[in-house]
Design a protein around this ligand. Sequence first.
Ligand code: NDP
Length: 433
Amino acid sequence: VRRNPGEAEFHQAVKEVIDTLVPALRAHPEYTEHKIIERICEPERQIIFRVPWQDDRGEVQINRGFRVGFNSALGPYKGGLRFHPSVYLGIVKFLGFEQTFKNAVTGMPIGGAKGGADFDPKGRSDNEVMRFCQSFMTELHRHIGELTDVPAGDIGVGAREIGYLFGQYKRLTNRYESGVITGKSPAWGGALVRREATGYGAVYFLEEMLKARHDGIEGKTCVVSGSGNVAIYAIEKLQELGAKVVACSDSGGAIHDPRGIDLATVKRLKEVERRRIRDYADEHREARYVAGGKVWDIPCQVALPCATENELDEQAARTLIANGCIAVVEGANMPVTPEGVRLFQEAGTAYGPGKAANAGGVATSALEMQQNASRDAWTFEYTDRRLREIMGKIHRDCYETAEEFGHPRNYVIGANIVGFRRIAEAMLAFGVV
Ligand code: NDP
């Protein structure tokens, strides 16, 4: 805390991980001797930069940009960019730290990073977003590259922003370096399924968790928070597998549609028209919108937090448990508070932490890098099959590692130790670097 003052989310993320690594550290004294923990908690590099741009009225605006390369033991830095007014160093470091473990859990050759800016794309015109992205990349391009650091999207950074960012990178470097950024449109080097991957992957993870309990998704009543990229495709896959999703939300409030969320409406409102989720109720009379409301109050058997960090607290966890929720899977990063996690674990609720459950997004980004490197483009079906296999393997690795260390079905311990061991072994091999 003294070394990183005022970075509450980073402290929370580090504490959560370290607390679960004790069994692995006992089994491997060499990790302690070589100060692997101390090294892993210190980012390899942190870049903070000014992002000046002009809005549509000609007024100069200044934002702050970040890129934290956390760990490159397993491959080039890899992780998304977040554009949201709440972004500051503590958020970027928490996300970069989580990303490092998550990427290791996928078993793919990628290190961990995160970045972004305190820019709010909401209410900004396409031209303003373009000018911002161009200014952001004007600095960032010096620090990234397909063998160095490969950004992607996150909150506030979708296909439109990725296009503007890549366009500027290409212009500045005089290189069509497809593998420098992932989440690209399939029309120019992006992988099919990348858009769907985090949401689909979280549902595949849920499927495996339920299977391990001799249960399944079909017929389950679910709630999903958020209505962004992760939420939309989690809902799509849940519905495809026969679940009924009765609620979703945005930062303004929650929609409850007892007949089941009509995903076509959500996609049009959010992906095409960039409107608010409250407008859903204008088109579906049986649906109810609660301003400032959360989806956790609505009775369900499965809950998928897919919006943002710390959105599901102790009180919400109590409500979910009381209403008979049997499984919680994190589509978002660190959406459940530590108290909430503890309650789920005590209640025997199946709990899938984001580091494992939402790793499908970055895993598919790694598949995008593979396709770019070989100048190939795979079909949707093939890529989706690869994603499903990867999620199955992640589940198996976490499940077996939790058992190995005496904590059966504890996916938090499983995921953290799986990721940590892979990073630690590479760092040991490299010596003091
Ligand atoms: P989007 O920007 O597409 O969507 C975010 C959604 O969450 C929106 O509905 C947004 O509502 C809501 N939201 C954002 N901030 C808040 C807040 N403070 N309170 C309540 N609701 C909020 O982002 P993604 O779907 O890409 O990301 C969602 C989460 O998933 C994040 O935690 C991200 O880090 C994580 N993640 C994303 C991956 C990806 O591939 N996209 C991969 C792995 C993890 P509103 O529009 O009103 O702001």
